[in-house]
Design a protein around this ligand. Structure first.
Ligand code: MN
Length: 228
């Protein structure tokens, strides 16, 4: 192995349900406003505009049991999302081939510093400070598509302290799983290890330290977290 002038960054690895082998993360892409009722609650037109994407950092992803409340925000919101993990990639992937690129699925949370996002939106600036902060993307263990197929229907929900806060159905996605991959691959060359957060249904809201969050995507998995 070649020497490096500083310690090489560690590859982020996600657990795989029922396996001792893990999934190495390369990039993290997120889809904005992919459920009509969430687009409406954020004050946007839910019609089928071209999808838009933003990114988190690979090392924002983790199989977590806790979520450390981040600094410089007093309005951190949960967004439950189904997560796709790719086993292969490419550019300009046809919709019909897209699902063959998926290794598996998990359920995760796109934590958002909403106050900072609102400031950035007002100033026409980019969203990284709101979206790509430390521990902003906890996710469940992945489940291989070879076991569960490609879940495009089923409940997706999130509870805070036992109260249901978000509910939706995977079939409400404006841009469906294969379309998300196809569209994203027009903009970026996708590759094994890429993770895509597929958008959140309505009901997003703030959390505080001490909250217990449980969320799930039917047929995919459950994630339970304590806010610390
Ligand atoms: Mn989101």
């Amino acid at each position: 192995m070649l020497a490096t002038v500083i310690p090489a960054p560690e590859t982020v690895l996600l657990d795989v349900e029922g396996s001792t082998e893990r999934f190495p993360v390369r990039r993290v892409y997120c889809v904005g406003r992919n459920y009509a009722d969430h687009a409406i609650e954020m004050g946007h037109d839910p019609s089928r505009e071209p999808p838009f994407f933003f990114q988190k950092n690979a090392d924002n992803i983790y199989n977590g049991e806790t979520f450390p409340y981040p600094p410089l925000s007093s309005d951190v919101h949960f967004e439950v999302e189904m997560v796709m993990a790719l086993s292969s990639g490419g550019a300009d992937i046809p919709v019909e081939e897209a699902l063959s690129k998926v290794y598996g699925y998990g359920v995760g949370i796109d934590f958002t510093r909403r106050d900072l996002q609102d400031q950035m939106k007002k100033m026409g600036r980019s969203w990284e400070v709101a979206k790509a902060f430390e521990s902003s993307a906890p996710v469940s263990a992945l489940v291989p598509a070879s076991k569960i197929g490609h879940p495009q229907e089923g409940a997706i929900w999130l509870d805070v302290n036992g109260t249901r806060r978000q509910t939706g159905n995977l079939n409400q996605m404006i841009w469906k799983l294969p379309e998300i991959i196809a569209e994203l691959s027009k903009l970026f060359v996708l590759a094994p290890g890429d993770v895509i957060m597929t958008g959140t249904p309505a009901g997003v809201g703030p959390i505080v330290r001490g909250d217990e969050i449980t969320c799930a995507a039917e047929g995919v998995g459950t994630l339970t977290l304590k806010v610390v």
